[in-house]
Design a protein around this ligand. Structure first.
Ligand code: TXA
Ligand code: MG
Length: 331
């Protein structure tokens, strides 16, 4: 694996790797993606292998221009067109009827394909240079904390991929919001980097069928990727309502605080999502704070709940799933 700064020459190199069937980790505004040529099933199978991801969990296909959408999906309905025009490029993924050109391995055999046009310039240049749509899940081991910096990718996947393009920290730091429109009715499949409130301002009420950490094992997921256990640090994580209520029994406890906590708390390490309680900043810092706490040799991480407004919904979705260790054997 080589980790290189994302300048023009290296983006070209990365595009060559994608064209020749290899794997490249690259920055997007949400999280780092692990990309392969979406038309090449062998290349895509390497993504599953590198991530240890089960084949039933479909991938998102990334495009650089709306003009290429017809190569991937069988058209956009009026609501999808409005969403694409309003929010692309950006942190929104649309689940669309799949075009024949997309191999089944990308969509886990589903008749639909998830598509996104990232806003990050490096990502878009890479896709343009490669000349093919790029299938890319988040560049982490399956079920683990998503990467928002190149070194997070190197730590988890370094040995198994061909290149990491280092484009610095991801601006949004939270995966895309996923929507599916069925017969003109919009459904939210995953809370993410585009607040649902903003989407509803554009297209009206959106139905929620998001899978929460409390979804029962017997429930059939609408989307195979909607696992209840996810985004997990290796260290046990517990969600808390009130820092004062914690009785620390284990010696090495860490705290993930929403904003500045009171002084003199008995934690080995404290990470603060946003000193000013700004939700955008909190979302951008969530995964990097989790990576820091997880590599600090702690026995337990306590995570303070955040208000469930705007991006707070996506943060709470990730934290409740991260806390759901007992679901490790869900599938
Ligand atoms: O921001 C993001 O979306 C990042 C960056 C790299 O673009 N990607 C990402 O991919 O988060 P990943 O693989 O971690 O999540 C993809 C999820 C799947 O787990 C599944 O829930 C959903 O997208 N998905 C993909 N294809 C689908 C389909 N055809 N129908 C329903 N859900 C689908
Ligand atoms: Mg992921």
């Amino acid at each position: 694996m080589i980790e290189l700064p994302a300048n023009k020459a290296n983006i070209k190199k990365a595009a060559e790797i994608i064209k020749s069937g290899g794997l490249v980790a690259f920055p997007t505004e949400t999280v780092y993606g692990l990309g392969a040529n979406a038309f090449n099933p062998i290349a895509v199978s390497k993504i599953f292998e590198a991530k240890k991801r089960p084949f039933f969990d479909p991938l998102i296909v990334h495009i650089a221009t709306i003009s290429t959408i017809g190569e991937i999906a069988d058209g956009l309905d009026p609501i999808e067109t409005k969403l694409a025009e309003t929010f692309w490029p950006g942190p929104l993924t649309l689940v669309l009827p799949k075009h024949n050109s997309i191999p089944d391995i990308v969509t886990a055999g589903l008749p639909t394909v998830a598509v996104r046009m990232p806003a990050n310039e490096i990502a878009r240049e890479l896709i343009l240079e490669a000349g093919v749509p790029v299938a890319a899940p988040s560049a982490n081991l399956f079920g683990r904390v998503s990467p928002t910096e190149a070194r997070h990718v190197a730590n988890q996947l370094g040995k198994n991929i061909d290149m990491i393009l280092d484009g610095g920290k991801c601006e949004i730091g939270m995966e895309s919001t996923i929507l599916k429109i069925e017969d003109g009715v919009p459904f939210l499949l995953r809370y993410g980097g585009l607040p649902i409130e903003e989407i509803e301002k554009t297209i009206g009420k959106v139905n929620r069928i998001v899978y929460t950490a409390d979804t029962k094992r017997t429930d059939t997921p609408e989307s195979p990727g909607q696992l209840t256990y996810h985004y997990s640090p290796l260290t046990q994580l517990i969600l808390i309502d009130d820092i004062k209520s914690i009785k620390i029994e284990k010696t090495k406890a860490g705290l993930l605080a929403f904003t500045h906590p009171q002084k003199d708390l008995p934690f080995e390490k404290i990470e603060i999502l946003s000193g000013t309680g700004n939700m955008r900043e909190a979302a951008a810092n969530l995964f990097s704070c989790l990576h820091k706490l997880d590599s600090s040799n702690l026995d337990i991480i306590y995570a303070e709940k955040v208000p469930e407004e705007g991006l707070g919904k996506a943060i709470m979705d990730r934290l409740t799933k991260a806390a759901k260790k007992d679901n490790l054997n869900f599938y």
